[in-house]
Design a protein around this ligand. Structure first.
Ligand code: 5GP
Length: 253
């Protein structure tokens, strides 16, 4: 069997050339990294859970008219996505203070923000993804002012969608990160939500207990990451409710 061409290997995913032009196969690894890969581990089942959860969120977004790169899930660990040019920004939306915002501004974690706050970081591992302003983004040509309007609107629509979905299953969406891709239709470019949406890229807290159900469990050594992600998948109906937390993830097809 011919080997697939690997396009890129990141910390949590591998991208392969897709079967049709303009498509890519996105493979979710079990590798967990934090603090710019200074902390690393392999977490059994994480790739399977993130593949399925990202499918769930991206499918919902496509259905409500928020364009994403997602085409279809191929198997337990792989999904077919549209090839796109990634805008070199991490787009972060925050509803409650946490993580780097709490550190930077001295706001206690969990404090509700007056309104959702959108931040941009320049995607560069060597620099540790520094926070940048729209001035930097425009001056260095990473995205045009028109792109930034579209990116802000996409980010806030994703926030509304995800917040509501999570609220419905007793989870608070504290913050999340998305990445944006450019696709070209002839001479026109469109911006779409790309990469992944999963507990690796969101902060998710149980509304009742405040228990963390996201990658902070790994970053801060708070217990089993698979249990936390399984809990999110179970509440959202992505995995059967009867599965015990210690069981390996089973998918509902
Ligand atoms: P913070 O800036 O507080 O570290 O992160 C804010 C939010 O963006 C969190 O939900 C965090 O998981 C997500 N985030 C920020 N940077 C990255 C990154 O490089 N990778 C991933 N997966 N998520 C990130």
């Amino acid at each position: 069997m011919a080997r697939r061409k690997k396009i890129y290997e990141g910390k949590a995913k591998i991208l392969y050339e897709g079967p049709e032009p303009g498509t890519i196969v996105q493979y979710f690894k079990d590798d967990a990294t934090a603090f710019n890969a200074q902390k690393k581990d392999v977490v059994d089942g994480k790739g399977v859970l993130n593949n399925r959860l990202s499918e769930f969120f991206m499918t919902g977004l496509n259905e409500i008219g928020v364009p994403t790169h997602f085409i279809k899930r191929l198997n337990m660990r792989e999904q077919l996505v549209k090839a796109c040019e990634i805008v070199p920004l991490e787009v972060i939306v925050r509803n409650f203070a946490a993580g780097s915002m709490s550190q930077r501004l001295g706001i206690e974690e969990g404090t509700r923000l007056p309104r959702p706050i959108v931040e941009y970081c320049y995607k560069d591992d060597k620099l540790g993804d520094p926070l940048v302003t729209e001035e930097h983004i425009a001056a260095f040509g990473w995205a045009s002012p028109q792109d930034m309007d579209d990116i802000l609107s996409l980010a806030l629509r994703v926030n509304d969608y995800l917040s509501g979905l999570m609220y419905g299953v007793g989870i608070k969406l504290v913050d999340f990160k998305i990445e944006i891709g450019r696709v070209y239709d002839g001479d026109f470019q469109r911006l779409i939500v790309a990469d992944e949406i999963s507990p690796d890229s969101c902060r998710l807290w149980d509304i009742e207990t405040g228990k963390k159900l996201d990658k902070d469990v790994f970053r801060r050594d708070l217990g089993s990451l698979t249990d936390a992600y399984t809990e999110v998948a179970t509440r959202l109906g992505v995995m059967p409710r009867k599965a015990t937390p210690m069981e390996k993830p089973k998918l509902i097809n």
